[in-house]
Design a protein around this ligand. Structure first.
Ligand SMILES: Nc1ncnc2c1ncn2[C@@H]1O[C@H](COP(=O)(O)OP(=O)(O)OP(=O)(O)O)[C@@H](O)[C@H]1O
Ligand SMILES: [Mg+2]
Length: 215
């Protein structure tokens, strides 16, 4: 592996009018580790994750994924699976139909594989229930399924245990550790101190868009 830092955030700035959502943030994310991002509401966690995924354009600085500048060398990194905010699904589709639709966009639709992923996250692949009728935790599980189904090298997870029950949280943590064993790199933004403590190899804290603690 030539590059120890799979993701490099360098002097990232994102301004929305008077708000400095990211104010000169530099973080180097090592490969094959679990990285935690913490901070109060509005501190810039989601904006940072969006920048890593190429979903927003920075006001200044850059994000490099696998040595490529996001938004310049590549529009969006291809090897990232993400949950950002509420995962967007089609309400009138079942879980299986949604995942098939999303997999179809990347040309990787395979019912057998999707069934396995759904079972892995604790959803019934045969259920005809529309996503509009899903509970918050079920939506979150479907979001996790969507993030991992293409077997990406990088997982970017914004508040991934929101809405999950005790079992769901336990299964989620096990899944993350399995992904690490498989060699993946994971970034988790969370308010759940326990998730961060139990899982993360590094923790970075944001405060009003600035990095305040790096360990
Ligand atoms: N599209 C936008 N337009 C204007 N301001 C925005 C936009 N997106 C984010 N912000 C602002 O940027 C700041 C950081 O927001 P962000 O969503 O990253 O916070 P967060 O740390 O994820 O908070 P939370 O813990 O509530 O999820 C906030 O002040 C927010 O209002
Ligand atoms: Mg957020």
């Amino acid at each position: 592996m030539s590059n120890d830092y799979i993701i490099e955030v360098k002097n990232a700035k994102k301004y929305y009018k008077e708000t400095k959502a990211l104010d000169d943030v530099t973080i180097m994310f090592e490969r094959n580790k679990i990285h935690g991002i913490i901070g109060r509401n509005g501190s810039g966690k989601t904006v940072l994750l969006k920048a890593v995924c190429g979903l927003i354009k920075l006001t200044g600085g850059m994000v490099k994924v696998e040595g490529k500048i996001v938004g310049k060398d590549i529009e969006m990194p291809q090897n990232i699976g993400a949950i950002i905010e509420k995962p967007g699904f089609i309400n009138e589709f079942s879980g299986m139909e949604n995942l098939k639709f999303l997999a179809g966009l990347t040309g990787k639709a395979d019912t057998e594989h999707i069934s396995q992923i759904m079972e892995f996250v604790g959803l019934n692949p045969k259920s005809k229930k529309h996503v509009s009728k899903y509970s918050l935790g079920m939506c979150q599980r479907l979001g996790i399924a969507q993030a991992i189904m293409d077997n990406p090298d990088i997982l970017v997870l914004d508040e991934p245990t929101n809405g999950l029950d005790k079992n769901g949280i336990k299964e989620f943590r096990q899944m993350i550790l399995t992904k690490k064993e498989e060699g993946k790199t994971i970034i988790i933004a969370s308010h759940n101190g326990e998730d961060i403590r139990l899982l993360c190899d590094t923790v970075h804290e944001l405060e009003e868009g600035k990095l305040v603690v790096a360990e």
